[in-house]
Design a protein around this ligand. Structure first.
Ligand SMILES: C[S@@+](CC[C@H](N)C(=O)[O-])C[C@H]1O[C@@H](n2cnc3c(N)ncnc32)[C@H](O)[C@@H]1O
Length: 320
């Protein structure tokens, strides 16, 4: 038996170098914190609201009293796992949305993405705070390029990753199957005051779009993909991560330009290790230089408490 330290291995000429496990942890920012967790729930602060949602991995005991949890503004109840229905219960009537903001890394400029938190069905709040570790990373990759790279954001949802990329200097193509999600993304773009930045909106099945782009000979310098476990395209096309991700990665490789900068894949709510996405990414990107890093995205309770794992990822950088 042995412990595996974060290691870097090189297989020159065939595959990018590999660095894993890489545990990327956020402790939040002024508009977001994980306040407490335990007994299968988490208590978070999103802007002006404190929100309680189920969290199957919080096996431990909460720090705060039940009264403090109960005083939260909104509770999502009735669903034990990500796939089942539940409903929001509010302490007093509140609107469906509220303002949020996230500041780009200082090295990239003074920009701030402004967007709406939103009480959506299936417990989500309109964005995934753990993704900030990736937002900061690809913002720096784009900024350092000193050109206007073309970035593709697949399964782009409410657009925060697209706006971070655009504010860092990219020309962005944002793809999502849901007209409603793209409508919310456009609201966020307006809120951020960046209507003039180049973001192209595509309502399409991600797989169909990528296959079409390959046939057209299109190329991108960066690709972000954050696919759900299961989803549907606008015409009922079925997305099942275990069935379709290998083909998706093969097509994404064909879309990468000769001097591409990065590819960033995350996955959540699936029964798999980051080794699965790591080996798939290494296979899909064989022949490229650079480094693939793989691991988990973590959120630490504010004040340095416990750590929750939210998702797994593999990301490649030419300059890593
Ligand atoms: C949970 S979100 C991804 C999170 C997002 N990348 C972020 O960081 O906020 C999953 C998105 O995938 C979209 N989706 C599901 N199936 C799809 C498909 N077949 N093609 C394109 N988008 C799809 C959904 O509409 C949803 O917006």
């Amino acid at each position: 038996m042995r412990n595996i330290p974060p290691a870097i291995s090189k297989d020159p000429g065939t595959k990018p170098a590999a660095r894993w496990p890489l545990m990327l942890e956020t402790e939040g920012w002024p508009d977001y914190a994980l306040i407490d967790s335990g007994h299968g729930r988490k208590l978070e602060r999103y802007g002006r609201y404190r929100i309680v949602r189920p969290e199957a991995q919080a096996l431990w005991t909460p720090r705060l009293s039940e009264a403090e949890w109960e005083s939260a503004d909104a509770h999502f109840t009735g669903a034990k796992d990500e796939d089942s229905d539940g409903r929001w219960r509010y302490r007093k009537p509140i609107g469906e949305t509220w303002p949020m903001a996230w500041r780009l890394p200082r090295a990239v400029g003074e920009g701030e993405v402004r967007f709406l938190g939103r009480f959506t069905a299936f417990r989500h709040v309109g964005f995934f705070p753990e993704q900030e570790m990736h937002w900061a990373w690809f913002a720096q990759e784009i900024h350092a390029a000193k050109r206007q790279p073309k970035v593709l954001n697949l399964f782009g949802y409410t657009g925060i990753a697209s706006f971070v990329a655009a504010m860092a200097g990219a020309q962005v193509t944002h793809v999502d199957a849901s007209k409603k999600a793209i409508g919310w993304a456009r609201e966020n773009q307006e809120m951020s005051g960046i209507a003039d930045l180049p973001v192209r909106w595509i309502v399409d099945d991600a797989m169909k779009f990528v296959a079409r782009e390959v046939r057209r000979g299109s190329r991108y310098d960066g690709i972000i993909l954050d696919p759900p476990k299961f989803g549907r395209g606008p015409n009922g096309e079925v997305w099942d991560i275990f069935e379709r991700l290998p083909e998706m990665m093969r097509l994404c490789r064909q879309l990468l330009s000769d001097d591409a900068l990065f590819l960033c894949l995350s996955a959540y709510s699936i029964r798999a290790s980051f080794m699965a996405t790591h080996e798939l990414t290494a296979e899909a990107l064989s022949g490229l230089s650079g480094t693939i890093e793989s691991g988990e995205l973590l959120i630490r309770e504010e004040g340095g408490g416990r750590t929750l794992s939210t998702s797994l990822f593999s990301r490649w950088s030419r300059n890593g």
